[in-house]
Design a protein around this ligand. Structure first.
Ligand code: NOJ
Length: 709
């Protein structure tokens, strides 16, 4: 870690112990009396204010974003507190501010990191204009259990995809220089392993093996460090017998020492206090000590540091040097955010929902849609005269904003029905009451086609919202079946934040479009895709199981024993064993082929690279984009390696009939992995390669690697 500059050192030298502890304390102060707030600010009691009411997703609507009030509080901190250190204001600006982008799970489906970076740049601009210095995003949790409500905040099940998307978001939020007035600090969370909450129950324990930890869970955090992330958040979970908010080997040893990362770690809301719930600490004071010793620099909201650290230093149980180290990290982040030079926010209201922000939101929403099934009914033919748009989300607005949306407004969302009427003015789009009534059936019967907008609402996913059955909310399957029984052609538009199996849709629908929670521009994007103005190109960031009992099922798993592998044993007596849709899958309105796949050499010498080359051709009659994915399989290895690992992807747009040659570089970087001790190794041997359009692509080529010349 670079040694802190003299400005920060001097500042630290002038601070009293309570002031130092103040810098390590993040508080939610809006419930306190104005007198208490003034007194606290003057005393330097808080280094950070979190603009939130509860720890739960969707916690605070608009209310506390009052730039004048925040500037006034800042003025007291800067001008009246002893060390004059500005506050850092943090808020969960997860995937949008006033302009709301798709939820991260849907963003991941775009396989388009550059666009995600652009979206986060716009989000940063809007958030910074309202006084936010620091967002608690991106979430880098690798997920395998869609029952967990927080999958909607994740980039899915693959560490490479998560890393690409996470880094794009860090670049978007922080830019080259996070002190610029239109940038904010990012926070990678939840360090580490929280996505493995057992049974998909939020806040439950996790138990990743060291192999999984180093090769699945930690790589996205390592990538975020390389991308210059300013902060990280430790999770709520315990992992293999220790709470991650007090695991020195993870935070102090791996993150701070081994990676030489100079950012700071904030605990999650109350996660230090949870050391008591986990039975790792007996008292609040013990919990504070264990967390600080582990390298958790700032305590979010539970006031444990404020309450306990001074006495621990006084009694000699805790070294003040550890506190100093944490304070310097927090001060360095404030310096990076430019807070010492520019502590106040100049309100710039006309930045909110600027046309360029909306344009990017439309583009990203379009690219986040995944076409799962299509018998050719989509795109909608211009010849249709009457189409029924039915279901609970035909005219919904709030639903599209997803569950971690604090500042987006329902009135800014264009509902699907309205957007379709604008997009295809010559079609008569009819609807009926959103409840499942006879009128709805009659509307469907009177139309040439029904577009059925179903889904899980934002109140049923996100934090603390897990489901036991991976299915649509009650009634919707029956509704689809009732409409299906009419025999009127049906298209399903699924507005669930996660990817759910919908058996009735599989049975009756001619096409299934997964829209998810696409943000303020949801309706516009869905209408563009349905009409064919935009050709869908999204790909699944997570394997879709056929039924709940199949969880966990993910593409990058280890090879099973031969009985299962060769089909001697079918997996289940009562169900099919294969996923409903594989990772990386998504259809288009056109057809693509990959031709002439060639490897530049069969042997890879150490330190060199080879290229895998292929020609992508658009065989169909309309332009479209395809995501070409590169997978490898380490043929034989101890420890064993996954059946497939995504090592690269390229999203290519092609006009009808056009073709393009693509190249993927392969070097030791793609072939190596981490041992269970976290050491990077590249083993000699054979590596099988697959290039294709989803994770089931055929392994067609073999590369031999020898680690000596
Ligand atoms: C708890 C959540 O786990 C975390 O993701 C969020 O950033 C914090 N609360 C702050 O609201």
């Amino acid at each position: 870690m670079n040694s802190p500059d003299s400005f920060l050192q001097d500042l630290l030298a002038r601070m009293s112990l309570p002031e130092k502890i103040g810098q390590l304390t993040q508080a939610r102060i809006e419930d306190q009396s104005p007198e208490k707030i003034q007194a606290g600010l003057k005393a330097g009691r808080w280094g950070s204010r979190i603009l939130a009411q509860t720890n739960w997703a969707g916690n605070l609507k608009n209310k506390s974003l009052n730039v004048e009030e925040m500037n006034a509080q800042q003025k007291v901190a800067v001008e009246e507190s002893p060390a004059g250190i500005p506050l850092i204001f943090g808020r969960d600006v997860i995937y949008g501010h006033r302009t709301v982008y798709p939820i991260p799970h849907c963003q991941a489906a775009s396989f388009h990191p550059d666009l995600v970076e652009k979206a986060c740049t716009c989000v940063a601009r809007e958030a910074a204009a309202e006084g936010i210095h620091w967002t608690f995003s991106p979430m880098l949790d690798l997920v395998r259990d869609p029952r967990w409500g927080r999958v909607i905040e994740s980039y899915g099940e693959d560490p490479f995809l998560i890393s690409e998307m996470g880094c794009a978001s860090v670049r978007g939020f922080q830019g080259e220089d996070p002190s610029a007035p239109d940038r904010i600090l990012a926070c990678a969370k939840h360090f580490a392993g929280y996505g493995g909450s057992e049974g998909g129950r939020d806040y439950d324990s996790t138990d990743w093996s060291d192999d999984s930890l180093h090769n699945m869970i930690l790589p996205p955090f390592r990538a975020a460090v390389e991308a210059g992330i300013a902060s990280m958040m430790s999770g709520f979970n315990q992992l293999a017998g220790r709470s991650v908010s007090a695991s020195p080997h993870l935070t102090r040893d791996w993150l701070k020492t081994q990676l030489d990362w100079d950012g700071f770690i904030v605990s999650d809301w109350g996660s230090v206090n949870d050391l008591i719930a986990h039975r790792q600490a007996e008292t609040r004071s013990d919990a504070a000590r264990l967390a600080l010793e582990a390298g958790i620099d700032m305590d979010m909201v539970d006031a444990l540091y404020e309450e306990g650290l001074a006495a621990l230093v006084d009694s000699g149980e805790l070294s003040e040097a550890l506190i100093d180290e944490a304070v310097l990290r927090v001060l360095r982040a404030k310096q990076r955010a430019g807070l010492f030079e520019r502590p106040y926010t100049e309100p710039t209201p006309d930045l909110q929902r600027a046309p360029e922000h909306i344009a990017i939101a439309v583009e990203l929403a379009c690219q986040s849609i995944v076409l799962l099934k299509n018998d050719g009914i989509l795109p909608l033919a211009a010849t249709h005269k009457k189409i029924a748009v039915l279901g609970p989300y035909a005219e919904a607005r709030r639903q599209h904003l997803g569950s971690w949306c604090l500042d987006g407004r329902s009135e800014d969302v264009t509902p699907i029905l309205d957007a379709l009427r604008t997009q295809m003015p010559d079609v008569n789009f009819i609807t009926a009451n959103a409840a499942f009534t006879d009128e709805m059936i009659a509307a469907a019967r009177s139309a040439e086609l029904t577009l059925v907008c179903v889904g899980e609402s934002h109140v049923r996913n996100g934090e603390a919202k897990s489901i036991g059955e991976l299915a649509l909310p009650p009634g919707q399957e029956a509704f689809i079946s009732a409409l299906g029984a009419l025999g009127v052609p049906m298209v399903i538009i699924d507005c669930s934040g996660r990817y759910l199996p919908i058996p009735a849709a599989e049975q009756y629908a001619l096409a299934i479009l997964h829209a998810g929670s696409l943000g303020t521009e949801a309706g516009t994007a869905i209408a563009k895709v349905l009409s064919g103005e935009v050709n869908p190109s999204g790909k699944l960031p997570m394997t879709v199981p056929r039924f709940t009992g199949q969880i966990p099922i993910y593409y990058n798993r280890k090879s099973p024993g031969s009985a299962l592998n060769r089909g001697l044993f079918k997996g289940y007596e009562d169900k099919r064993v294969t996923p409903l849709y594989p990772f990386g899958f998504g259809k288009s309105y056109t057809e693509f082929s990959l031709e002439n796949i060639e490897l530049s050499a069969e042997h890879l010498p150490p330190g060199e690279s080879v290229t895998l080359r292929a020609t992508l051709r658009n065989l169909g009659g309309r332009s479209g984009a395809q995501v070409v994915q590169l997978y490898i399989q380490d043929a034989v290895s101890i420890p064993t390696r996954p059946m497939r690992e995504l090592k690269g992807f390229q999203r290519i747009e092609l006009e009808a009939g056009a073709s393009q040659t693509l190249t993927f570089e392969l070097s030791e970087k793609q072939l190596g992995f981490y041992t269970s001790k976290g050491e990077w190794i590249v083993q000699p041997g054979e590596f099988r390669l697959a290039l294709g359009f989803d994770s089931t692509a055929e392994l067609t080529h073999t590369l031999h690697y020898k680690n000596t010349l």
